[in-house]
Design a protein around this ligand. Structure first.
Ligand code: ATP
Ligand SMILES: Nc1ccn([C@@H]2O[C@H](COP(=O)(O)O)[C@@H](O)[C@H]2O)c(=O)n1
Length: 235
C-alpha cells in the first residue's frame, strides 16, 4: 500500500510559539491531509469566557462555564482566498480575536479545567476517526491520539520563540512588547507542563525536534522525511 491510500495520524506537540502550526499546516498541505489546530479550540473557549463575562478579576466562573460548555461550538473552515484555516466560535469567524495577548494570557487557565479538556478531546478524537489528519497541540501524542503513527515534539529556546511571535504580531500591525510576549511564552510553558490533567510532555515514542536554528523550509523538509519514514514502516 502506498502513502496515498493508507492514511495515518500525525501528532505534533510542543512548547508555545515554537512553530508547531507552521509545520503542521505545511505538511498537511503537502500530503493532502486535514490540519487541526487544537490550541485554537482552547483559545476559542477562552474568548467565549471573556465575551460572556465569565472572568471576574482574572478568576473564571467554573460552575457557569460547566453549564455552558455544551453550547460552545467550535469549527474550522478554509478561507477561500488564502486557503488558510479559520476558527469559528458558534458560527462566527474568530481567527484574529483568539490570537490577542488577552486570550494568550488567560488560555492556560481555561485549558487546565477537566471538563473543558474532556469536551475538546472528544471533538478532536472524532475529527481524527477517518485518519489523514495532522493535529498540533500539547497532548495530541499523549492523550488525544496515543496510538498515532507519527509523533513529533517540538521545542526552541523561549527567546527565539518569543522573537518569532513578536515579529509576526508587529508585521500584522499589532502593538506588542517583546518582554510581554517572552513572559507569556514562559508562563504558558510552566502552566501547561504543571497542570493536573494531560500536562504538556513528550510522549515516550515522540521524535524530538529543536528547530531553534532551522528555517521554515528546513523544518518542512525534515517533517516530510519523517512522514515518508513513518508511512514506509507502518505499511
Ligand atoms: N523555523 C522557524 N524559523 C523562524 N520562524 C518560524 C519558524 N517556524 C515558525 N516560525 C514563525 O514563528 C511564529 C510561531 O509559529 P507557530 O504559530 O507555527 O507556532 P506554534 O507552535 O503553533 O504556536 P502556538 O503554540 O502559540 O500555537 C510564526 O510567526 C511562524 O511564522
Ligand atoms: N492540545 C492542546 C492545545 C493547546 N492547549 C492550551 O491552549 C493554549 C494555546 O495553544 P496554542 O497552541 O495556540 O499556543 C496553550 O498554551 C495550552 O494552554 C492545550 O492545553 N492542549
Amino acid at each position: 500500500m502506498n502513502n496515498s491510500t493508507r492514511k495515518i495520524i500525525i501528532a505534533i506537540d510542543g512548547f508555545s510559539s515554537c512553530g508547531k502550526s507552521t509545520m503542521a499546516k505545511d505538511l498537511a498541505r503537502a500530503i493532502g491531509y486535514i490540519y487541526i489546530d487544537s490550541g485554537a479550540m482552547y483559545r476559542a473557549v477562552t474568548l467565549y469566557c471573556i465575551k460572556n463575562g465569565l472572568f471576574t478579576n482574572g478568576e473564571i466562573n467554573i460552575p457557569e462555564l460547566e453549564l455552558r460548555i455544551k453550547d460552545i461550538h467550535i469549527s474550522f473552515k478554509l478561507d477561500e482566498k488564502t486557503n488558510l484555516p479559520q476558527t469559528y466560535l458558534n458560527g462566527e469567524n474568530v481567527e484574529e480575536e483568539i490570537r490577542t495577548m488577552e486570550v494568550s494570557s488567560k488560555v492556560s487557565r481555561v485549558s487546565a479545567i477537566d471538563f473543558v479538556r474532556e469536551a475538546l478531546v472528544n471533538q478532536q478524537q472524532e475529527m481524527g476517526k477517518e485518519k489523514g489528519i495532522v493535529m498540533d497541540g500539547r497532548d495530541i501524542g499523549t492523550t488525544v491520539f496515543p496510538e498515532s503513527e507519527l509523533k513529533i515534539f517540538v521545542t526552541a529556546s523561549p527567546e527565539i520563540r518569543a522573537l518569532r511571535r513578536y515579529d509576526e504580531m508587529v508585521a500584522k500591525g499589532m502593538e506588542v512588547k517583546f518582554e510581554e510576549i517572552l513572559k507569556n511564552v514562559k508562563d504558558r510553558d510552566y502552566q501547561d507542563q504543571n497542570r493536573e490533567v494531560s500536562p504538556l510532555k513528550r510522549a515516550a515514542d515522540a521524535i524530538l525536534l529543536d528547530n531553534s536554528l532551522l528555517t521554515v523550509d528546513e523544518q518542512k523538509d525534515w517533517l516530510l522525511q519523517q512522514f515518508e519514514k513513518a508511512t514506509q514502516t507502518s505499511n
